[in-house]
Design a protein around this ligand. Structure first.
Ligand code: A2H
Length: 268
């Protein structure tokens, strides 16, 4: 973990169907005449959004119902939109108030990770029209927003967790995840890294024989290697900055997403 502040991009993933407990939000936004509902995914790699295959949230822990694990909430943002994230992240946003319209105004609804699992989303830059919210058990509730977007081509954590769901029908069943939410979503090549190829996370997980999302030590190694080499020598294969080094594309993509209203900056 670094010591300086971490500069995240919060990507606004639009909820396409308000079902279950989320249906209560329908009234909330009709009342103000605007306001889509967004899951806010914290990323350090805004240039990788072309490779999204799904989103991640953490289910709550039945053995520890009083812990923060798997607890989220929906907040009305100052611009009338509704943001889903952890209460902790919402509080941080209030203090930062980087631009007034990004500020969070009021809590509308408490949510558990399970309420979000299986929801269809439309996420900026994703080539799929809809991607689904799937369970990631290693999410830290005290970092970012507790919502993560999944780019298995370039994130070993994402690849390992997606493989768990692909390979284990029982795991899908446990969280009411259907085959259609997982199996059609192939890893998408978006960055070429000399010596690692165009699916760096897949190669590193395979070479290091990562067994699952809980293979902490190997994943830490794969992550460090992927991140360093991706940033130092990776080249974009797709998107607005195809042909440019990752190093340059990162800030350009972040600025574009923010300017278009598809993301907000966030630091902690
Ligand atoms: B990154 P750092 Cl392609 N718990 O985004 C666990 N992981 C979290 C998280 C949380 N609460 N919040 C964010 N993250 C993930 C893309 C990506 C990321 C790629 C490659 C590497 C990578 C797509 N997932 O991160 O500990 C998010 O995943 C490798 C470090 O604050 C976020 O960026 O440094 C990153 O971890 C933030 O991790």
């Amino acid at each position: 973990e670094g010591v300086g502040p971490q500069e995240y991009t919060l990507v606004k993933m639009k909820v396409l169907e308000l079902r279950g407990i989320l249906a209560a939000l329908e009234g909330a936004f009709n009342a103000v005449g605007q306001g889509d509902v967004f899951l806010m995914a914290a990323t350090l790699r805004p240039e990788t959004m072309y490779g999204q295959t799904n989103a991640w949230v953490r289910p709550s822990d039945p053995k520890n119902p009083d812990s923060e694990v798997g607890k989220y909430a929906a907040f009305r943002a100052k611009n009338g939109e509704i943001f889903v994230l952890t209460a902790r992240a919402a509080r941080n946003m209030c203090f930062q108030d980087l631009t007034p319209e990004n500020g969070v105004a009021e809590k509308l609804l408490d949510l558990a990770g399970e309420d979000l699992l299986g929801l269809p989303l439309r996420s900026p830059r994703a080539t799929h029209e809809r991607i689904y919210v799937l369970p990631l058990l290693t999410i830290k509730m005290d970092k970012g927003t507790g919502v993560v977007t999944s780019v298995p081509s370039d994130s070993p954590d994402d690849y390992a967790a997606l493989q768990d769901l692909v390979k284990k029908p029982k795991l899908r069943e446990l969280y009411s995840i259907t085959d259609e939410m997982v199996l059609p979503y192939q890893v998408i090549p978006i960055i070429d890294i000399p010596g690692l190829g165009d699916l760096a996370a897949v190669k590193l997980c395979t070479d290091l024989k990562v067994q699952s999302q809980n293979d902490t030590e190997k994943l830490a190694k794969a992550k460090a290697e992927c991140y360093r080499r991706g940033f130092d020598s990776g080249v974009m294969l797709v998107g607005t900055y195809a042909g440019k080094p990752v190093k340059e594309a990162k800030d350009l993509e972040k600025a574009d997403l923010i300017r278009a209203g598809d993301a907000v900056p966030y630091a902690e």
